[in-house]
Unconditional design. Sequence first.
Length: 525
Amino acid sequence: MRRFPIWTLIAIFLAAAFSVSCEGPGVPAARERRGNENILHYDVNAPFTSLNPIEVYSSGSVQVFPLLYDYLFIPNAQGKLEPDLARNWSYDPRSHTWTIHLREDALFHDKEPVTSKDVKYVLDQIIKKRHPATHGLIDQVSLLSHEAISIRLKEDDSRFPEKIWNMEIVPRPGEGETDYYGHPVGSGPFRFEYRKGESEVGLVANDDYFQGRPFLDGVVFYFQPAREGAWTRLLSGKTDVAQEVSPKNYNMMRQYKERYYFDLYTLRWYSVLLYNTADPLFSDMRVRQALTHAIDREYIVEEILGGLGVVAVGPMGVNSPFHNPEVKPIPYDPKRGLKLLQEAGWSHDEKGCHLVKDGKPFEFTILVFEESQVEKKVAQYIRLCLNDLGIKAGLRQLPFEELIRRYLCNDEFQAVLTEAKGAYGTPESLKEQWSFDCISAAEAGCFQHPEVTQLIREAIDEKDPDRQVKLLYKTDELMATLQPGTFLFHKTAIDVMSKRFKIRRPFSLTLEGIYRLRYASLDPD
């Protein structure tokens, strides 16, 4: 088994941890100066793109949305929906119709009222683009009044609000287009104040918010690509919130439990080396299986992630209720991988160094996000693993938006190291990500397989929960065999927040958790 030296935490992290631990009951000078500043500073690990939720659902901007915009409803700690912009809603199962009544006192940041026309616009835009399978359930949307809207479905669905709650409500376009990059308009507790390119976004308290002005004066978001850097900024008092920090020794962090909230969890997103299965190089299932056998994913978790992660199995996600427990990760077995490649027609050249087929070497390019240090280390390790088999993999670093454009419902790539979200609440996300129909291409690099598409369609249509799970178990098993990508790992993340602010609910940076930061207040103690 090939092993490579582990990357260690940068020296600045150790120095910062040492300096804070040596302070005893004191605080760093930067934190002391900012102790009474009523602005929440929030580090995110992806750059900011457009602040238009219709266009964006995977960038640092997503962290801004829950404070800039409102939702119709929001889940509470038990997962039950509570009112936000919607004051009440009801369902008529006979006509398959949901009726939603809006608050009458909600205003957008430009002082215009939030109306049913805006909700209809969002249903037509965000749901159609972000969740086409859910949008396909809608038969007709009718405006009953300025504050009421009805949504008639094509079939009975008593859980429909759970499928649309996370759509941000934006104003329908007027005479001019809203500048969502430089001056977005929402109805949330904070309004846009400024931005500095892809690196910083500032929000200020909305004095006209329908629930009353928030306790915080503002929130400033920073793009911080280095996780060790985010933790260092926390310790030095330069920021209050850090997302997915990963210090090697979690016990080192616990000495600060009096100063910080911690949330340790396994991400529902998983890293995947996605292959373009339309490319002749990756069209053979045996080749894709071979590449997975060649990559030691346990090594990646233990050495590159410092043990903060779990090996991924398939598209459902390791903790998903739809993950088939009988399906296990493909084991690290380079010899088995080489045998599969030979069965697929590949053999070593005369020097025994490189795999060739029909006179052509096995070589391809892996796209990777240029700002992510962890992903670049993972990609470099994957390249070394494949080199052991005689495969030459080049790396090409791209900006975030260009990386996404290359593979999201597109096939302008050979392989890409990216992330995908498992199926946890409803199976509709599987259809959008992994099935190919006449309406839209699969988000995952236009992947298409007739049996996968049929199984997902049957699972979504199935009303019996037990039969639905069985169909999804079968889908999980099939996808783990097909290996449209090498399912690499789920990261174990640690989100951290300074206790100089008080919060109402247990700390988390889920969408619901970020939403509830609107209720945070400066702790006078």
